[in-house]
Design a protein around this ligand. Sequence first.
Ligand code: FAD
Length: 417
Amino acid sequence: MHIAIIGNSAAGLTAARTIRKIKPSAGITVISDESGPAYARCLIPEILAGVRDIPGIGYATQQFYQDYDINLRSGIKVSSINAVNHKLKLEGGQVIKYDRLLVATGASPVQPGWPGSDLPSVFTLRTASQAVMIRKMAIDCASAVVEGGGLVSLKAAYALKKRGVKDVAVIVRSPHILMKQLDRDSAGLVENDLTSVGIKFYYGTGLAAAIQGPRGELQSVELEDGRQLPAGLVVIGKGVQPNSELIRNAGGKINRGILVNEYLETSLPGIYAAGDCIEVTDSVTGAQVVSGLWTLAVEQGRIAGCNLAGQARKYPPPLTRLNSAQFGSVPFVSVGDVQGGDELAVYQGAGVYRKLCFRDNRLTGFIMAGLVDRAGVYTSLVKQAKKLSAPLKDRLINGKVTGADILPILTRQGGIQ
Ligand SMILES: Cc1cc2nc3c(=O)[nH]c(=O)nc-3n(C[C@H](O)[C@H](O)[C@H](O)COP(=O)(O)OP(=O)(O)OC[C@H]3O[C@@H](n4cnc5c(N)ncnc54)[C@H](O)[C@@H]3O)c2cc1C
């Protein structure tokens, strides 16, 4: 049996590893349009900051592919899938035949459409090679502008500052940064942290145009509100869209992402999909979402790998909102539904913020900023979604809960204390 995998990252590589363990005799080909072995995409801001290089964020070595007998075709794009004849066409015309296929094509940054956004000094940040290019350009750059207030934008802004760019401005259309993860108060703590290293924020506006200097080089940007900011380089972080076109063109079903069943099989029999390219149902909100999390891509890769190798495994609805980060001195964690709930418990101290969201006496989400002690305990309770006793709820609210407190909930069937 020959299994082909498109995408050599969190989902694709995990699937390949899983298949090899279950089915030692299977032929496995992994195809990626990025060159070289897999790397940890989450760590590319460290390349930008000059802290690591590409081998330093490696997720697999060349030796790994040999040890696991995986045929890696890197630096080449799959241009189409023929789902009837079980064939992939590569750019350049070569055809690869498969028995089963995994599409783990991830997502691509949303491209801006404003005048000048195609200049060479305007970047998105998704790949290690982009990070290398931005890092090179940042050496001679006194001012950089980052568009977007999400995690990737802020990681880019912080990395540019670390790299030594004097003026770094972040343009945020929303009322505060990290709208998906934080509320106004917790976002304020993170913003102060970033401001303290010299990053400036401009709210309620977006980029309108890039303005070129006499030699055609990027000189400044114009904001939608008419202001102009000096800019030697621009990084755009306006979100990502799933790479679903291969499945769409092959006749498969797509919504926002590739649609899969509980076994991660697409609507095309024998073709599975995993990672940032698929749409899943969030376990807390029930919403159909494209998750965009490394950990979930790995888990989906594992489940898809089992199914591809013939061991049927279901993929239950995951917790898709689960973020933690720390730029300077303020760590934060955001888990579950942090906007809703029928009962909120908020604690605010000096440099510390905690918000717990309950629905029907279940913990449905929380934010911690400044202090993230026991975030794992709270996360387990959001995942379990079980009713909480009054004493346990009190301990959660007071921040006194321990792992031992929740052990009965995690182990007991039914879980109501
Ligand atoms: C800067 C940054 C920071 C991040 N930080 C975090 C974090 O802190 N925590 C977290 O959970 N997540 C983070 N993420 C998100 C995380 O990296 C992704 O969720 C994860 O990489 C998804 O893995 P994947 O395997 O689904 O797809 P991807 O990692 O996107 O890989 C898909 C691969 O398939 C290739 N491909 C696509 N189409 C084709 C084709 N037609 N032919 C051949 N190859 C193709 C792509 O080029 C790519 O190499 C971050 C992402 C970025 C960019």
